[in-house]
Ligand binder design. Structure first.
Ligand code: URA
Length: 217
């Protein structure tokens, strides 16, 4: 797997990352969602540089222009619910992408720290031969991605997989590397060193779903 950690280079991206981390600014859920969406747009732009392009003639009112335009058939698949703002950010740039949604949750038996990831909803078009963008803002243990990979096998074999994430823990990235095909790309805006006992990224941001959409029972 090729890891593209965009936060390693100084850019405006790190301003948006700082805003989703900061305990005061992140409380403004509309700004939080918009920042995740903006991060998605930047990740989409960087990822677009690795897609396949085909020559095309564009007719302007004054003449013709030869251009190279994206060839790929893209499918953006996001993990509910935290993946929704990131999904929108990707769609803002990939206008014609098809869409898939996956509902996965962590089942903590008896409220213990150990958990199993359960995928209970997967709605997507055929992935056969297409370029799949799997979006999940928080790549913590990597177990959700592993389970998603198992489920999407029933929907055909994508020609290429790009995992798109905002913050990842080193451990989760290593795990995903071990289970995904070698030609997978990971596009990520920041990498943090640790996970806590509940599988949250440290220092991370907290619960991305709650920050975007409010606390759940
Ligand atoms: N999901 C979150 O929302 N935050 C984490 O730190 C890990 C998983």
């Amino acid at each position: 797997m090729t890891v593209h950690n965009l936060g390693e280079t100084n850019s405006i991206l790190n301003q948006f990352i700082a805003e989703i981390r900061g305990t005061q600014i992140q409380k403004d859920s509309m700004r939080f969602r918009r920042n995740i969406e903006r991060i998605g747009e930047i990740l989409a732009y960087e990822l677009s540089k690795t897609l396949e392009y085909l020559p095309k003639i564009v007719e302007t009112p004054l003449g013709n222009k030869n251009m190279e335009l994206p060839k790929e058939e893209l499918v953006v698949c996001s993990i509910l619910r935290a993946g929704l703002p990131l999904h929108l950010g990707l769609l803002n740039y990939f206008d014609t992408a098809e869409n898939g949604f996956i509902s996965a949750y962590r089942n903590h038996e008896n409220n213990e720290d150990e958990f199993e990831v359960i995928v209970n909803y997967f709605a997507a078009p055929s992935l056969e031969g297409k370029t799949l963008l799997l979006s999940d803002p928080m790549l913590a243990t990597g177990k959700t991605m592993e389970n998603v990979l198992k489920v999407l096998k029933n929907h055909g074999t994508p020609s290429q997989i790009h995992i798109v994430s905002v913050i990842g823990a080193t451990q989760g990235i290593d795990y995903v590397k071990s289970v995904f095909p070698k030609n997978t790309h990971l596009w990520i805006a920041a990498v943090d060193p640790e996970l806590n006992a509940r599988g949250y990224i440290l220092p991370g941001i907290g619960d991305a779903g709650d920050l975007a959409f409010g606390e759940k029972l």
